[in-house]
Ligand binder design. Structure first.
Ligand SMILES: Cc1cc2nc3c(=O)[nH]c(=O)nc-3n(C[C@H](O)[C@H](O)[C@H](O)COP(=O)(O)OP(=O)(O)OC[C@H]3O[C@@H](n4cnc5c(N)ncnc54)[C@H](O)[C@@H]3O)c2cc1C
Length: 500
């Protein structure tokens, strides 16, 4: 039988992971990427000797990607050097800094020294959440393509450890009284672009995952993960066309996807299409509104989306004395989160994440210098913020706050290379719907059965991967989405071969 042809739209981590597994299984895979570079939000750019990861900087649960490599006949170790970070990160509050480590005893001692008596609660949190994680993993790895899958999940709802009716903040209140400690185990909801007060309690697995499995840095940056997958695709005979955008899907009258029309007008006929482009943006750009049912533009506008991020990438002319990952909490974190997610205003005191990877990895900046990455979560583009007007002022505010909260002085004078990315840029330059950098929100109404399915329901021969489908945003889950989609496609054609 002729090799089945698969086109993947987008060379983000989801698209590349799916393409890697499918090409290893003998499919004829072509990846079409609009940008002149690969990796999507997990790419990098280099300026005057400084290399910056564009988006992800935290890599946890490497075993999932290791398994994805193994199922593609390769070993992740042969492509990427991972370095475990200790401390995993520093959490800086007005009056104290908590340095988080995976070393259980050391972490317990850290907590007890700052919050006497709370070390035991940390142990209890870890033990309870391990059970929750074991209950949740099969749910996340399951395809949730049908109501039956979901009902199976609903019956699990009875399991008390999933705590689905509670917010993440409520869950942590069962363990800690002190707000700073609660925030140390709930700020991870920002990875989903959500507030700890709204994020489902089940997501306490996010901080658990870090404390259980560690936080890693791939030498060269997280972009090395996508670059490595691209190598494997090509080793298996797959093709990656960068700078080759897809204009629209070719769909026949019977709602069957038959191929792609590229930006240059070329037509590509394939058996199946895997869409990795940002879900809502891809729907709006690539499929006529009339061919969609539940995902017409009016419906997409009513969905809930994650926050956005304001980014400063700064090449510093000297080494910066900060841990690899530092989170500087706003004095009134709850107000800051409400401004980001509800009132959609720019905070006067934003929380800021600073990555100083040069402390771990000498490949990212010229000798004796640092490639700094600063991120402030901000409202997505459902806000009325005019970023062209605000960006200079907000950039100065961030640098000012970093100086105040870290003790670093005259940052402006140290900067010799600078790039800024606003929510407007995420939407208009990076093709992220409404600049919602972490995709569709992860409220219960948009998860599992209620998230767009890996096998897209409304059109035949269209499949989804990436943060906009099940199980959701964040690299480990995105790799799971690729695994689910690649397995569904493989099963489909195996079955057809058996029946033929
Ligand atoms: C600032 C930021 C920080 C993050 N930090 C972390 C972190 O620390 N850890 C973590 O696990 N996750 C993090 N994430 C979340 C997530 O892991 C990344 O966003 C991830 O790259 C999303 O992968 P994806 O496969 O869904 O899509 P993307 O990376 O968005 O890739 C989609 C690709 O499709 C392409 N495309 C779009 N339209 C077309 C078209 N018409 N034709 C061809 N190609 C097209 C795009 O150019 C893009 O390359 C972060 C995200 C952001 C933005």
């Amino acid at each position: 039988m002729a090799r089945r042809k698969i086109a993947v739209i987008g060379a983000g981590p989801g698209g590349l992971a799916a393409a890697m597994m499918l090409s290893a299984r003998g499919f004829n895979v072509q990846v079409f990427e609009k940008q002149p570079y690969l990796g999507g939000r997990t790419s990098s750019f280099t300026k005057k000797g400084y290399t910056f990861d564009l988006g992800p900087t935290f890599f946890s649960m490497p075993h999932i990607l290791e398994e994805v490599f193994e199922s593609s006949g390769r070993r992740l170790d042969d492509y990427v050097t991972l370095k475990e970070l200790d401390p995993m990160y520093s959490l800086s509050f007005d009056d104290m800094t908590i340095r988080a480590t995976r070393d259980r005893e050391k972490m317990k001692r850290n907590i007890d020294s700052l919050f006497p008596g709370n070390g035991e609660s940390y142990e209890r949190f870890m033990n309870d959440t391990r059970k929750k994680m074991n209950a949740l993993m099969p749910i996340l790895q399951n395809k949730h393509a049908s109501m039956l899958d979901y009902l199976r999940f609903r019956s699990l709802k009875a399991l008390p450890q999933l705590e689905l009716g509670k917010s993440l903040h409520d869950v942590l209140s069962n363990y800690f009284d002190d707000e700073r400690l609660k925030l140390s185990f709930t700020f991870q909801s920002k990875y989903l672009g959500m507030s700890p007060w709204e994020c489902p309690g089940a997501f306490s697995i996010l901080s658990f995952m870090e404390h259980e499995y560690g936080v890693f840095h791939p030498i060269g940056g997280l972009n090395q993960l996508t670059k490595s997958m691209a190598k494997v695709i090509e080793e298996h005979g797959g093709e990656i066309h960068t700078g080759t955008g897809v204009k629209k899907l070719l769909i026949n009258d019977k709602r069957t996807v038959t191929g792609l029309e590229l930006d240059d007008g070329d037509l590509v006929e394939v058996d199946d299409v895997v869409m990795n482009a940002d879900f809502a943006q891809g729907m709006s750009d690539l499929i006529d509104d009339s061919k969609r049912k539940k995902f017409k533009n009016v419906h997409l506008e009513k969905k809930k989306y994650s926050c956005s991020t304001f980014m400063i990438y700064a090449g510093m002319n000297q080494q910066v004395n900060l841990d690899h990952h530092t989170i500087l909490f706003s004095q009134d974190y709850k107000k800051n989160v409400e401004e980001i997610t509800k009132t959609k205003l720019l905070s006067a005191d934003p929380s800021i994440y600073v990555q100083n990877p040069s402390i771990t990895d000498s490949t990212l900046a010229p000798n004796g210098k640092s490639a700094l990455y600063l991120l402030a979560p901000v409202p997505n583009n459902f806000s009325e913020i005019n970023w062209e007007n605000e960006k200079g002022h907000f950039r100065d505010l961030i640098l000012d706050q970093v100086e105040k909260k870290t003790g670093l002085k005259e940052l402006d004078k140290m900067i010799e290379v600078e790039e800024i990315l606003t929510p407007y840029d995420w939407e208009h330059k990076k093709h992220v719907y409404k600049g919602a950098t972490f995709n569709l929100a992860h409220n219960l109404g948009q998860m599992m059965y209620f998230r767009p399915h890996n096998k897209f329901n409304e059109l035949d021969h269209l499949w989804l991967v990436g943060g906009g489908t099940h199980p959701g945003s964040g690299l480990p889950t995105i790799f799971e989405s690729a695994r689910i989609t690649a397995n569904l496609l493989t099963e489909k054609y195996k079955l057809e071969e058996v029946q033929a």
